[in-house]
Design a protein around this ligand. Structure first.
Ligand SMILES: [Zn+2]
Length: 143
């Protein structure tokens, strides 16, 4: 699968996001989880539910979810990006939202809210990887 859409300017990892990014090097999706049970994404310095700063860790995610919202982009923000492509908000089974990209369908207009998706990975030149999502419905034809 072509991943020539990967941007060259992905922000570097910092103190808060380092554990998330390290896991992407092994194509493992993780979701920041607080000792209070709250989950959030992207990683933050404190829990948005209880305010804790020391009780946060990255928990493994199976990377399954549904399309919560999406848009088909027809005008690329960069001249080297092939259009159309699909930008989506994916709701993981854990309940958090991820802004990502949908691939794996010939017709970008064939996506629908609620479609089941699973994570896949596009490698970055620095060894990290970006999550994107593919349809997981086994009955799906080449939509
Ligand atoms: Zn908390």
């Amino acid at each position: 699968m072509s991943t020539d859409w990967v941007p060259g300017d992905v922000p570097p990892a910092d103190e808060v996001t380092a554990d998330f990014w390290d896991a992407t090097r092994e194509h493992r999706l993780t979701v920041q989880t607080c000792a209070c049970g709250h989950r959030q994404h992207p990683p933050r310095a404190l829990c948005t539910s209880c305010g804790a700063t020391e009780a946060l860790s990255q928990a493994a995610s199976p990377g399954r979810g549904v399309v919560d919202a999406y848009t088909v982009v027809h005008r690329a923000p960069r001249p080297d990006l092939a259009v159309p492509y699909v930008v989506a908000r994916v709701r993981l089974d854990e309940g958090v939202l991820l802004l990502s990209r949908l691939e794996g369908r010939h017709d970008p207009e064939a996506w629908s809210i609620g479609d089941a998706v699973g994570v896949a990975w596009a490698d970055l030149p620095d060894g990290r990887a970006l999550p994107f999502f593919l349809p997981t419905d086994p009955t799906e034809e080449s939509r």
